[in-house]
Design a protein around this ligand. Sequence first.
Ligand code: ADP
Ligand code: MG
Length: 362
Amino acid sequence: MATSRESEVVALLEEARRVFHKEFGSEPTLAVSAPGRVNLIGEHTDYNDGLVLPMALELVTVLVGIPRSDGLISLVTTSEYVDEPRRVEFPVPTAEKPLEPGIPRWANYVKGVIQHYPAAGPLPGFSAVVASSVPLGGGLSSSASLEVATYTFLQQLCPDSGAAAMRAQVCQRAEHSFAGVPCGIMDQLISLFGQKDHALLIDCRSLETQPVPLSDPGVAVLITNSNVRHSLGSTGKELLTKEEFRRARHVVGEIRRTSEAAAALRASNYKAFGRLMVESHDSLRDDYEVSCPELDQLVTLALSVPGVHGSRMTGGGFGGCTVTLLEADAATRAMQHIQEQYKGTASFYLSKAADGAKVQPL
Ligand code: ADP
Ligand code: MG
């Protein structure tokens, strides 16, 4: 099981620093971190102008680096789970020569943010190493954490111009235009503005955010990775009217559930919160049709454990993770039970609600 603590961020920074020294022959002078996230409730509502209730995780992506004066950008990732090469070099974009997406695909997330970055002055080149404890492609938004870490790093090189909410939109635009993923705005917002010990209720239409306390030591948030990823199901198909109707029913119901869940959390009514999670899962499975047998099994297994308040799939669906709200002292029991009974191999993350992006001391 991966638990994630401050000391793990320190260890990650240490690893990034070591790789930086090996690749570039000097010490990095700048370091930033940006978290992954789990969405507690409000699924498929972010790009439907609805409400979402994510929290930032203690799992983070870090960037360490130095500015350079030759107009070049060199990037290295320590991740094994990306396409080759793991080191790339390209010039700082200009009006005549903008950056374009290409190979390796992983660098597109960084390039997109650089290209769309609203620099208040000239952006220098830089060398940087990326390291992450967010699992890649697991539905905990390693992609947004990489974009937001990049944005926060660029702010250290040259300040940005404009409002804070625009930062999330720049990162979202990078994912749309450089990675080709038509994501909503939730992941980038929570990775930027998450608050320790709080979930964040986000209205995706106005981009207003409200922190909701989640610091009770008696409850825990358990993330279970199904470690499967199916290709898109019904969302890739042309929609029938009946399907559209059911999908709309999910969105309307999910927005209501999210608003009620935030109120339940404020009242420390975890039972009510849990019931709304289960309703959400059922609606994602039956109306939105984005669950899969593995996610359904993980939810059923979690719900059979005493002390579990609620459980649901989280993220886009078709694999990835479930999120479970439970009594803190039930966590070990729940992990054991799921590991024994799940037909695949599960991995677990127990995380407190953490802060958003940060400049890190080196
Ligand atoms: P998720 O956001 O759920 O983790 P995505 O498919 O949206 O999954 O994003 C994963 C992709 O983001 C990876 O395949 C890779 O291209 C890029 N990425 C994320 N983290 C890193 C990293 N630390 N180093 C390099 N690329 C990364
Ligand atoms: Mg992603």
